[in-house]
Ligand binder design. Structure first.
Ligand SMILES: *[C@@H]1O[C@H](CO)[C@@H](O)[C@H](O)[C@H]1NC(C)=O
Ligand SMILES: *[C@@H]1O[C@H](CO)[C@@H](O)[C@H](O)[C@H]1NC(C)=O
Length: 538
């Protein structure tokens, strides 16, 4: 009797604890919605229209003479590739007198398809620009709250360091306006990595130091001086792949400084996604996976994929000791040295992808009617996200998205503190099933070039997943949708079914004990490579 009462009491205590735990973990925070669609924000556009300096109509009839040497470069509407003509056609001529040659690229296409290619490329490029530019790249001019009006941000030039590049040189032409109610006679400019010049000479203005790092403009007529300021140009002359020149701009008693970014433009990596219309998954997506010993599971995955996507390419990285042949149409099987590991395999698989997107799956996943890749493609096509995770359904029916927010708190000599929490930041406007977060489950669709950029550290051989998202923090924009679901092949261990030999070996490699070398490697990398002192998570 006593023991029964004890049991009942224990059951009550356990239930109460469970309810408390459940209430505690229940999300109490109200999430806001965020707009991450691929389009410039309206605020930025308005800003630019208002702030871009209009040429002053009062100064429009002040005479000036265009300087051919400088203005010629400005007037050109975009770059041209020109080769050097002439010269002798002798043996070794190219060795002795190297000449510049020019090659057009559009000849790779038939004239009939060129128009279509141009349009497709323009669309992909527009998407690329919207994803890579931020409001911090826009030109903003500070209104004259002192006599100087000057740009505060958004000035950028390409490094100009080698004569042959001058045919494609871009010069920034900037306009500096002085309000007319100040009487000023002299303006000085100083730069450190490039030269200042004027594209035209205005009557009644004396220009000293044009083509140098210090330039002085002097005039007794303020409106003429203002007109002259509209023709000031800057050319970078000291090459550095990524730096900024600080230009000083001073007049009697007043000083202003602004920076001009000097750097190469980011080369776009665009993918030809085929003719418009419905999303063609075979042309847009490659499925990548890594396998180790579990060929039965892998075959089940392939069979399930083929039910829904018969021509999508599947890339398999395999580091089994005695690899078996996996073949079939649209299958690429890469064999690696034995036991190279989990992230090395992911890296290899992803490096072979040639489509715009790559879908990561584990080799024991099963596609179902709920695995609608079109939905994930739609999210990436229409937003600025780089990667979007789906959901994985276990045999028990439990479905997980494994959303994680990651933050790094600055520390001192000991290193920074890494904090990971279950959850997300915002719901995505227009996609009620999707959220913005920092890390997701092992089932995600991503822009191939961004995943390749972040890379999977091959030093992480056994247990690793979120490390990829930690490495990508700050460059990878991550989302997660719970309405695209892949099934996990059963993992419930029934005590009366003995594990197969390959499953046992697999488990030994994949789930090493916490005190093992694998865990040490992982912590060592977090400590040294990422400079963390500690990690908190829930
Ligand atoms: C411009 O520079 C010259 C020579 O360095 C100097 O004499 C002059 O005072 C400067 N003018 C202004 C307006 O700062
Ligand atoms: C989809 O893309 C594949 C591969 O690029 C191509 O072979 C196929 O013809 C495309 N299908 C349609 C309907 O455009």
């Amino acid at each position: 009797m006593r023991s029964l009462r004890k049991t009942v009491l224990l059951a009550i205590v356990v239930s109460v604890l469970l309810v408390v735990a459940l209430l505690h973990s229940w999300p109490t925070r109200a999430y806001t919605t965020v707009d991450v669609w691929q389009r410039p924000g309206p605020a930025v556009e308005r800003h630019l229209e208002e702030r871009f300096p209009e040429p002053d109509h009062r100064s429009a009839n002040i005479p000036y003479r265009v300087k051919e040497s400088v203005a010629g470069l400005l007037a050109r509407n975009g770059c041209v590739c020109e080769g050097e003509t002439g010269g002798m056609n002798l043996p070794f001529a190219q060795l002795l007198f190297p000449r510049v040659s020019a090659h057009p690229m559009h000849t790779a296409f038939e004239a009939s398809e060129l128009d279509e290619m141009k349009k497709r490329r323009a669309k992909e490029y527009q998407g690329f620009q919207m994803r890579t530019q931020t409001p911090a790249d826009m030109l903003i001019v500070a209104e004259a709250n002192n006599p100087l009006q000057y740009p505060t941000q958004g000035m950028e030039v390409r490094p100009y360091y080698f004569q042959y590049y001058s045919i494609c040189l871009v010069l920034v032409f900037f306009v500096l306006c002085l309000p007319l109610n100040f009487f000023l006679s002299q303006v000085n400019f100083t730069s450190t990595l490039g030269t200042l010049n004027v594209a035209a000479e205005v009557e009644g203005v004396k220009v000293k130091g044009d083509g140098e790092m210090r330039m002085t403009l002097t005039s007794s007529l303020l409106s003429n001086l203002n007109r002259q300021l509209q023709f000031v140009t800057y050319t970078n002359t000291l090459f550095h792949p990524s730096t900024a020149d600080t230009v000083q701009f001073e007049t009697e008693g007043h000083q202003a400084m602004f920076t001009i970014k000097v750097r190469h433009g980011v080369t776009p990596k665009l993918y030809n996604t085929g003719p418009k219309g419905e999303y063609n998954i075979s042309a847009l997506v490659t499925i990548a996976t890594k396998t180790f010993l579990r060929y039965d599971k892998l075959q089940a995955l392939i069979d399930s994929v083929r039910k829904y996507y018969s021509t999508v390419t599947i890339v398999i990285a395999d580091d089994s000791e005695n690899p078996k042949t996996v073949s079939g149409p649209y299958i690429e099987h890469y064999i690696m040295p034995f036991g190279k590991g989990w992230f090395a395999g992911r890296n290899l698989a992803v490096s072979q992808v040639t489509t715009k997107y790559v879908l990561w799956v584990d080799d024991d996943f099963i596609f179902t009617a709920n695995t609608k890749l079109e939905k994930l493609v739609d999210v990436l096509e229409r937003t600025t996200l780089d990667l979007v995770g789906g959901a994985v359904r276990e045999a028990t029916g439990y479905t997980a998205t494994y959303r994680q927010t990651i933050s790094i708190e600055p520390g001192e000599e000991e290193g920074d503190c890494l904090h990971m929490r279950r959850g997300f930041h915002h719901i995505i406007q227009g996609f009620p099933n999707c959220v913005v977060t920092d890390g997701v489950i092992n089932f995600f669709l991503a822009r191939t070039d961004k995943v390749q950029q972040v890379g999977f550290d091959p030093r992480l051989a056994r247990v690793a997943h979120l490390e990829f998202f930690i490495d990508g923090l700050g460059s990878l924009h991550v989302g997660s949708c719970d309405d695209v679901i892949v099934n996990h092949a059963t993992k419930i261990k029934l005590p009366w079914v003995s594990q197969s030999e390959s499953d046992k070996t697999y488990a030994k490699f994949r789930y090493p004990p916490a005190s093992s070398d694998a865990t040490h490697t992982k912590n060592g990398l977090l400590y040294f490579k990422n400079r963390f002192q500690c990690l908190t998570h829930n």
